[in-house]
Write a protein that binds this ligand. Structure first.
Ligand SMILES: NC(=O)c1ccc[n+]([C@@H]2O[C@H](COP(=O)([O-])OP(=O)(O)OC[C@H]3O[C@@H](n4cnc5c(N)ncnc54)[C@H](OP(=O)(O)O)[C@@H]3O)[C@@H](O)[C@H]2O)c1
Length: 271
């Protein structure tokens, strides 16, 4: 059973490329009133049926202004998809606190900021759904992408807790956990500025492997379909892994820890 998405005021962050763009395209095709955010509206390619709004998720006033303008045009936001995010490569020892903080400012505090701006409207109307785009590295380790992995683990704990706090107001929060997905995430990603030669070989090997995995990854439309189901399903699931994520999520839950540990090291080609 499904709830209709027709004309529902929907906010999606980060629609300039990749997964966010596909989510916006699909939800607009299915009849939602979609507002998609970009940081630079001048260079944004239009998406049929989607109203483009400027938003920098690391900036309080930018987020509040964007939400205010949407509510003024279309009434309270009923669906929120927190998608904006980026990745960073580098061993944890190579990563400065400043670089880690910067990434969390987008991937974690960005979600908190946008959600807190949208929630008062959802509570007042007594309904709303929030979908946060996590990753399989929200429940798996990710050597040489450790801070990105930590930001997605934080997002998982945040979302599960949020879902308990806002349920009594008719609002639900959920996670979508994509596996490698074709997008610009690697091109748009950052690399630790300080490198240690001890990590050179593994870092470069993993960088290359991740690039290939993304090139051969799932279609972003698969993630968009999962988001659409999460927003419209009558019975809710807190976590929805996508693509190979389904298998990995089961493995994480049921495989013995030692076997899982060996699998991660083998997959990452770690000695
Ligand atoms: N691709 C994968 O393999 C994969 C797997 C699992 C999860 N994910 C998650 O999926 C989400 C989308 O990533 P993607 O793969 O589609 O990558 P992408 O093509 O690089 O898209 C990222 C989007 O986030 C926006 N963004 C980044 N920083 C922002 C900020 N500070 N304020 C506002 N918007 C910002 C970008 O907008 P600008 O144009 O303004 O930079 C862009 O639209 C991310 O949360 C990512 O962690 C991706």
């Amino acid at each position: 059973m499904h709830i209709s998405i027709k004309n529902k005021t929907t906010l999606i962050t980060g629609v300039s490329s990749g997964i966010g763009r596909e989510i916006a395209t699909l939800l607009a095709e299915r009849g939602a009133r979609v507002f998609g955010t970009v940081r630079d509206p001048k260079s944004a390619k239009p998406i049929p049926g989607v109203e483009i709004v400027r938003m920098e998720v690391t900036d309080d006033s930018s987020v509040n202004e964007a939400v205010r303008s949407i509510v003024q045009k279309a009434g309270p936001i009923q669906y929120l998809v927190n998608n904006a995010g980026y990745t960073a490569t580098g061993a944890l020892e190579e990563t400065s606190v400043g670089e880690a903080r910067q990434l969390f400012e987008t991937n974690f505090f960005g979600v908190l900021r946008v959600t807190n701006a949208v929630l008062p409207g959802m509570r007042q109307t007594g309904n709303g759904r929030i979908v946060n785009i996590s990753s399989v590295v929200g429940f798996l380790p990710a050597p040489y992408m450790g801070i990105y992995c930590a930001s997605k683990h934080a997002l998982e704990g945040y979302t599960e807790t949020l879902d308990h706090e806002v349920r009594e107001f008719g609002v639900r929060a959920m996670l979508i956990e994509p596996h490698y997905t074709k997008s610009k995430i690697n091109e748009n990603g950052k690399t630790a500025q300080t490198t240690l030669k001890e990590y050179d070989v593994q870092r470069e090997r993993i960088k290359e492997a991740v690039q290939k995995d993304i090139e051969h990854g799932d279609a972003p439309q698969m993630v968009a379909e999962a988001v659409c189901r999460a927003l419209t399903a009558k019975s809710l699931r807190l976590r929805t892994p996508v693509g190979k994520g389904v298998f990995l999520s089961r493995l994480r839950r049921f495989a013995p820890a030692s076997l899982f540990d060996r699998g991660i090291r083998k997959e990452s080609q770690l000695a």
